[in-house]
Design a protein around this ligand. Structure first.
Ligand code: BTN
Length: 251
């Protein structure tokens, strides 16, 4: 039971669960907290893009003290990605919905090529202690628009939607499983599982970090979680941050 290990804080409304987690860390109220908000007024995603949670969607953050894994922090977003994939995949199959579920580097969950969930990792150092915040947003009831992206929700897929609070329980139980696996067996096993759920080796993909666009064939992720692509020149291109899209696209 995840609540044996973490304490849950529930807010009816808050600016952003990630911001609240960072504030709590600064106030010394820290380790192993889960922050859940029924409504977020100022949520944000990667690259500080606004993130609309929409009524009934899941907005949560996990606050961890990170001194024991500071070097491998980026690996944790793959751990969380596996949890989201498992939980959403299970919900789909129990309701007999056939859909293509996929993890998209670095930390999106896609259904039928539309984004249904995102993960945002942030860290803060305070009093010489490093804290890590894992923000998770899942579209349950509605699919707020994101510029130049397709989005979807469980509701759009015709699923009988469970509540955000119930989904949080499922995600936390799965997170505990994969977090344990990662800590005991290392990133190798996480990387292998993650690669089974993403683009196939050789798929044509487009990488962008907002300013450059690189088209190539997806290879894999390396031991740090960086994406690796093979370019037409034969050169291997590797990046730790940015985004990868299926096919050759305009960005
Ligand atoms: C992304 O895909 O860019 C990441 C989206 C992360 C959104 C979640 S919602 C809960 C938490 N609070 C925030 O302000 N952001 C994250």
């Amino acid at each position: 039971m995840w609540q044996d290990q973490y304490r849950l804080l529930i807010f009816d409304e808050i600016d952003s669960t990630n911001q609240e987690a960072l504030r709590l860390a600064k106030n010394g109220i820290c380790q192993d907290l889960v922050i859940f908000a029924k409504n977020q007024t100022d949520g944000y995603g990667r690259s500080k893009r606004p993130w609309q949670s929409g009524e009934g969607n899941l907005a949560m953050s996990i606050l961890l003290k990170s001194d024991d894994f500071s070097k491998v922090q980026s690996q944790l977003s793959f751990v969380v990605g596996l949890s989201l994939y498992d939980v959403i995949g299970r919900i789909l199959s129990t309701q007999n919905i056939v859909a293509e579920v996929m993890l998209k580097w670095p930390n999106d969950l896609m259904i039928n090529e539309a984004k249904i969930a995102g993960i945002l990792l942030e860290s803060i150092k305070y009093n010489n202690i490093k804290y890590l915040v894992i923000g998770i947003g899942v579209n349950l009831c509605s699919a707020p628009k994101i510029e130049n992206r397709q989005t979807t929700s469980l509701n759009n897929l015709g699923l009988k939607v469970i509540s955000a609070r119930e989904l949080l329980d499922l995600i936390m139980n799965s997170f505990i499983y994969y977090n344990d696996l990662w800590r005991k067996q290392g990133f190798g096993v996480i990387r292998k599982l993650w690669l089974e759920k993403t683009f196939k080796t050789g798929d044509l993909v487009t990488f962008t970090d907002g300013s450059i666009k690189i088209v190539g064939h997806f290879l894999d992720i390396d031991s740090e979680g960086a994406v690796r692509m093979k370019l037409s020149s034969g050169e291997i291109y590797s990046k730790t941050s940015g985004e990868v899209f299926f096919g050759e696209i305009d960005v």
